[in-house]
Design a protein around this ligand. Structure first.
Ligand code: 13P
Length: 282
């Protein structure tokens, strides 16, 4: 069934688990995610990456097909735009039928971030669509010093509380030490900062840069108040390798078979450590 981000995260926040949010690039990839979510009885946030959706021909028709797949699923599915960089992009996604959008103005100064987020939240609320925003800035591994998040990019707990109240967002992405992409080792998570943010902020907290964060770190993040974990790098790497194997005449099985197995294994790990496995099978 298709639900909003607020609807999917409310029980997660109450019962202290996190919902996994994998990015998909194609209908085939989404189908594999939904199949795994159903197999493990886990709710899922199907996230579409920040591609220039305004320029896609037949975008609404494509999203219509995706909505139908999500609606027909036996587990709760939120259809979410990940990292919308402009208000207009988010509103385009709202009009197309997404049930949640992320406005990511975290690279701008705080005032502009607040302004863009408030504008998106007001418009999305009228359409019954949820909004996630980011405070502090989760960068990418390639831009960082040896895979370490820069101190100045980390989320300030008081600022986060003010930002959430002022903008009326439904979920807040925070920067506590993770980065997007591939780490050299495991990241150092600032759990004290997470505790202070969780104490100060009422809305569900989101962790970006899930890939490679490590089992222990992720379990502690969930215990510390993280309700949504974004994952992409691990999935796309495994997916591309599986696609290649599917076209190799020396390897048994077609591409779809290998792709599903690769995705299933990774999602099984994330559903387990997030505590979301089985919560939707009742
Ligand atoms: P990774 O690619 O590091 O898993 O991050 C995914 C993400 O945060 C998408 O928003």
């Amino acid at each position: 069934m298709l639900v909003t981000l607020s609807e999917i995260l409310a029980p997660a926040q109450k019962h202290k688990y996190a919902v996994i949010a994998p990015d998909f690039l194609s209908i085939g990839m989404l189908k594999h995610y939904l199949r795994a979510a159903e197999r493990y009885g886990a709710p899922i946030i199907a996230s579409y990456p920040p591609l220039p959706i305004d320029r896609f021909r037949r975008f609404d028709r494509w999203i219509g097909k995706i909505r139908t797949l999500c609606q027909d699923s036996t587990v709760p599915v939120c259809l979410h735009l990940d990292h919308g960089k402009e208000v207009q992009t988010c509103l385009r996604a709202v009009a197309a039928g997404f049930t949640s959008v992320m406005i990511d103005a975290s690279a701008f100064d705080l005032d502009l971030n607040r302004k863009m987020t408030r504008q998106t939240a007001q418009a999305a609320r009228q359409a019954g669509v949820s909004v996630e925003a980011e405070i502090g800035h989760v960068g990418a591994n390639k831009n960082s010093m040896e895979g370490k998040a820069e101190e100045s990019n980390l989320t300030d707990p008081d600022q986060a509380a003010f930002f959430a109240r002022e903008t009326g967002v439904d979920a807040l992405a925070v920067s506590i030490g993770t980065l997007h992409g591939t780490y050299k080792g495991e990241p150092r998570i600032d759990f004290e900062r997470l505790a202070a943010i969780n104490e100060a902020v009422d809305v569900p907290l989101v962790l970006h840069g899930g890939s490679g964060t490590g089992e222990d770190n992720l379990r502690r993040c969930v215990a510390g108040g993280i309700c949504k974990i974004n994952v992409f790098t691990e999935l796309i790497k495994a997916y591309l390798a599986a696609t290649k194997a599917g076209f190799n005449p020396l390897v048994k099985g077609n591409a779809g078979f290998h792709q599903y197995n690769a995705v299933d294994k990774i999602l099984e790990f994330y559903f387990t450590i997030s505590g979301s496995m089985g919560v939707a099978s009742a």
